[in-house]
Ligand binder design. Structure first.
Ligand code: ADP
Ligand code: NI
Length: 218
């Protein structure tokens, strides 16, 4: 018997992400799906099928992880094989293609509520304790240091040109993570983000305190 496309998408995703150690493991995607479904409860008229499909498939075509052209062809073939209509495919790809931070650095860029919801869910998983863990895993995976010690916390908070700081996990907090709470689309995600954001601030304070002690000359 033919599987429901959502179940098939979960299976497809599990295979694509099974060996990931770059911050995009299966658990990340399942959390994004669950967060998106939770947010979508507040939007009964949103298309929950598109939300779930896009959540499950959003990182299978990430250009950081795979050759995006061939990953996209494989995904299109999968959706065809599942009998997903071209209208549904278009809506799902709209979400996947437009939800990324690099493309939407301002609120109000996304046209559909479904894309706004999946983007919020993906962004929530980039902050809080899990977001911190994923950032250090990503940095390790791509051979970036955790921190380079070029600035103190106050300097980092006041810095106008983040591009001048060499790459590191801590730099990523200032170029992206700390900005996410103000980029959430839905009120429910804004509430969830605030608590996770506070945890980022608390973590940074402690991190810089410990870093200073370790690097103080005796
Ligand atoms: P997603 O699309 O799932 O939000 P990304 O591909 O942007 O994730 O990144 C995966 C994880 O790694 C996220 O938690 C993200 O914040 C983090 N990350 C992305 N770029 C960097 C970087 N240059 N240095 C450290 N962490 C990063
Ligand atoms: Ni993701």
């Amino acid at each position: 018997m033919k599987q429901h496309p959502i179940q098939a998408a979960e299976k497809y995703m599990r295979k694509a992400h099974q060996h990931d150690s770059s911050g995009h493991d299966i658990a990340h995607v399942l959390r994004v799906r669950n967060l998106a479904v939770e947010i979508a409860h507040h939007y009964p008229s949103a298309d929950h099928y598109h939300i779930e499909m896009a959540s499950l498939l959003h990182d299978t075509v990430d250009d950081k992880l795979a050759d995006p052209q061939s990953a996209r062809q494989t995904l299109l073939a999968f959706l065809d094989e599942q009998g997903v209509s071209s209208i549904d495919q278009e809506a799902i790809f709209y979400i996947i293609d437009h939800m990324r931070f690099r493309k939407t650095k301002a609120v109000g860029t996304l046209k559909t509520i479904e894309a706004q919801i999946v983007q919020d869910a993906d962004r929530l998983d980039a902050i809080g304790a899990i977001g911190i863990a994923r950032t250090f895993q990503f940095a390790g995976h791509f051979n970036e240091p955790m921190w380079t010690g070029t600035h103190c916390l106050t300097e980092m908070q006041q810095l106008s040109d983040i591009d001048s700081v060499p790459p590191s996990a801590i730099k990523h907090f200032f170029e992206k993570l700390l900005k996410l709470k103000d980029l959430m689309n839905t009120p429910v995600a804004i509430d969830m983000a605030q608590q996770r954001h506070n945890f980022l601030e608390q973590f940074l304070q402690q991190f810089f305190d410990e870093w200073d002690i370790e690097n103080r000359t005796h």
